[in-house]
Design a protein around this ligand. Structure first.
Ligand code: GDG
Length: 736
């Protein structure tokens, strides 16, 4: 069975230094819980940083830690203080974190950070490579390790790699700000499956892939030269039962056994029966919207003074990254705001904001969740936000109201919550009022829906679904690669070819013999191509035919000196060696004046596009447009043309970034078969890259070697990866 390895910045354990040795304690975070079951079940390893700087440890201590970790199937990537400072605090938390959360003004563009990030990502990849075998699965987590997928893939292409991003992926307009944007995105594309919390992050990622690297994307597949990658949304869940069970346990505890915090909370409610609590829990981070929450709470107290002395906000803020300047500033802002609100609205028996700046044990966390009437979650950006889900799971009697920001990934699954814009303080104030005055019946109705959903898609389901996705992509790639020309097939082909006395070779031009260029007129044959064609045409056993959608003039100008046949405009015209052009079909171009204005209006409205006019067809090129706009307009154009073309017996052909309108009933398949009807051939080879070539692959006899360039689905019998591979193959054929 193939193993599944997990890679994350931190190992799911914390290491405690005791007097003469070390002890390990499991982490309680959601990721650790969800993944632990996976890598143990599949016999893999967890690779990550153990949390101690290696400069603080002796060689022997490092060995001792490594030994202890082996028992837990963990492998340590040991990092020095400097590496942690530059790679983790620096590039991860001072470049990627602010950028991906739309806080571009906080980015520290420090080149040393980037160098360290590359170096440490290499270290992680190296550790993985020590344990991974062909056929294994590697699941990499989060923004600290964006380069690791490619670093593994380039060495071990037969390992299936999953990557999950726990934070948002920003829009292209924000992502493009980064000097190292291409490297990061290429790093991610080493994965076979890329997971995000929401579809929005996924589409932002697609947009960056298209615009920065120009790869084609259809549905959720990214087409690379030699691979297909899937991206999808997998909203991360929580260990629902753990929260529910703890809430039940606490509810059944006798008064005497309750924690100090729990008793404090109960005292608060004893003062008056209509007292209520609002809860917020987050790490201290500028993305979590803590100041705006406090402002909004103050607005609520001003607008609804009848709730003063009755409603408090408990704010649990977990210290985080407190060495960083922005976090220090945020801390003082929050301290100040809390002080001011409490000073202004507080009294002897009433503290409006209970502010805890620390972390609490799990049990206390559940006490907070289960005692609070409202959870107020107001991030300005948040990948998912698990606190919202944990609140829902802890409400065992279905009371309670969740107010959640539309900027949290979790909101997509929370239609029944009260949804707010975190920058609209007046709206938040009103939402607090709405939550506090909501009838119990309504609270329960909403909470039941939320609970059903969050319970179903828990962290275990989430990880299983992701693994299912990795297996699916593995299969998909396997099927796509199934037709790839292996060395054996290549030998067979060359042998078959060399034995044949009369050989027909059909070659598409663009995307097959030459790579696409932004300007189609710039794709003229280079010296190598001329040499390859010459080698083939010199052998009189060969009949070479270039079969293309190009116009007569261009191909004749480029290849007219060769002893090759030319079939152009997808089969309208044929020029046999030494003869004049002949029309394979009698067609008219009287429809052009009707269609041209439509295409012109699309050119006017879509920058970067243009019309190419051939004798019997019109082509709208959109390769140089904004990729998404180009796709959108191409669909629009097809729609608009559909009615017209039916009336004129025309056909719309969709090539590679082109929409071509031409007379119906003509295609490369019909043309190739007409050509073959004159002579008997004992070997036929046809190569082409786009779907106009599929007609040819379909029509040619079964005995023909039909070869698709690229990894897309095809009716051809075989596939090769690129123009380069086509040229290598032709070189071989030219020797025989
Ligand atoms: C990142 C993304 C995404 C908090 N205080 C205490 C405590 N916690 C636990 C909560 C919760 C976790 O910490 C916080 O998770 P979040 O999801 O809210 O936020 P981030 O830490 O920013 O996580 C985020 C997440 O990754 C997963 O993909 O949702 O968007 O930013 O589980 O319960 N736990 C204990 N004591 C505390 O005082 N025991």
């Amino acid at each position: 069975m193939s193993k599944i390895h997990i890679v994350s910045n931190r190992l799911p354990l914390s290491i405690q230094q005791e007097e003469n040795s070390f002890s390990l304690a499991p982490s309680v975070g959601g990721l650790a819980t969800g993944m632990r079951s996976i890598y143990k079940e599949y016999g893999g390893k967890w690779i990550g940083w153990p949390g101690l700087a290696k400069d603080d440890l002796t060689e022997d201590e490092i060995l001792e830690i490594d030994d202890k970790l082996v028992d837990e199937d963990c492998l340590a990537v040991h990092l020095s203080k400097e590496e942690i400072n530059l790679y983790y605090e620096g590039f991860s938390n001072n470049v990627i974190w602010p950028l991906f959360h739309y806080f571009a003004q906080f980015i520290d563009y420090n080149h040393d950070y980037w160098e360290a990030y590359k170096k440490v990502n290499h270290k992680f990849a190296q550790k993985v490579l020590e344990v991974v075998d062909d056929g294994d699965i590697v699941w990499i987590h989060d923004y600290q390790l964006l380069l690791v997928p490619e670093l593994i893939k380039s060495v071990k292409p037969n390992v299936t790699i999953g990557f999950f991003l726990h934070i948002p992926f920003p829009s292209f307009e924000v992502f493009r700000i980064l000097p190292w944007r291409n490297e990061l995105i290429k790093g991610m594309l080493g994965a076979d499956l890329i997971g995000f919390h929401t579809y929005d992050y996924e589409r932002h990622f697609f947009s960056s892939v298209r615009r920065l690297l120009g790869y084609e994307i259809s549905f959720n597949e990214i087409h690379l030269e030699d691979r297909i990658i899937l991206a999808d949304a997998f909203p991360m869940g929580i260990d629902y039962d753990k929260f529910e069970n703890m809430a039940k346990e606490i509810a059944h505890k006798p008064l005497s056994e309750r924690s100090d915090l729990h008793r404090e909370l109960e005292k608060y409610f004893l003062v008056s029966p209509d007292r209520k609590l609002i809860l917020s829990i987050d790490r201290l981070d500028y993305t979590k919207g803590i100041p705006n929450r406090l402002h909004a709470f103050e607005k609520f107290l001003i607008k609804y003074p009848e709730f003063r002395n009755k409603v408090s906000l408990i704010m649990l803020v977990v210290p985080s990254r407190d060495e960083v300047e922005q976090y220090k500033l945020l801390k003082s802002e929050v301290d100040e705001l809390v002080g001011r609100i409490n000073g202004q609205y507080g009294g002897v028996n009433y503290t409006p904001v209970w502010y805890f700046y620390r972390s609490l044990p799990f049990e206390n966390l559940i006490e907070l969740y289960s005692t609070s009437d409202v959870a107020l979650i107001t991030p300005v950006r948040d990948g998912m936000n698990l606190v919202a889900k944990e609140y829902i799971a802890s409400r065992i009697n279905q009371s309670g109201v969740l107010i959640i920001s539309e900027m949290a990934g979790a909101v997509k699954e929370m239609g029944e919550a009260i949804i707010i814009n975190p920058n609209n303080e007046a709206e938040i104030a009103d939402s607090i009022h709405q939550a506090l005055t909501m009838s119990m019946e309504e609270q329960k109705r909403r909470m039941r829906y939320l609970q059903d959903r969050i319970r179903r898609y828990d962290v275990f389901k989430w990880s299983r679904e992701f693994i299912k996705g990795m297996k699916k992509v593995e299969k998909l790639q396997h099927n796509l690669l199934a037709k790839r020309i292996t060395p054996t097939v290549s030998r067979e082909l060359v042998e078959h070819f060399s034995k044949a006395k009369k050989r027909a070779i059909f070659l598409d031009y663009d995307g097959t013999l030459v790579d696409f260029k932004n300007d189609p007129q710039a794709a003229s044959p280079d010296a190598e191509l001329h040499k390859l064609i010459t080698a083939l045409e010199k052998n009189e056993k060969n009949t070479v035919t270039i079969i293309s959608g190009r116009d007569r003039e261009t191909l004749e100008r480029w290849l007219g000196d060769h002893k090759v046949n030319l079939i152009v405009e997808h089969g309208v015209w044929l020029k046999k060696i030494g003869e004049d052009w002949q029309m394979l079909h009698n067609i008219s171009s009287s429809w052009k004046p009707t269609i041209r204005p439509i295409l012109e209006s699309f050119v006017d409205r879509t920058p970067g596009t243009f019309i190419e006019e051939k004798n019997y067809s019109l082509v709208w090129h959109y390769r140089n447009s904004e990729p998404e706009q180009g796709e959108l307009r191409a669909n629009e154009l097809k729609d608009e043309l559909r009615e017209m073309t039916a009336n004129h017996n025309l056909e719309i052909m969709e090539g590679n970034k082109v929409i071509e309108v031409k007379a119906g009933g003509i295609n490369k398949g019909v043309a190739a078969m007409r050509f073959l009807s004159d002579t008997q051939y004992d070997s036929i080879i046809a190569l082409g890259d786009d779907w106009t070539d599929e007609y040819m692959f379909r029509e040619l006899p079964k005995s023909a070697y039909t070869i698709k360039v690229g990894m897309k689905k095809t009716e051809a019998a075989y596939k090769v990866e690129s123009v380069k591979s086509v040229r290598n193959l032709l070189k071989e054929l030219g020797k025989n």
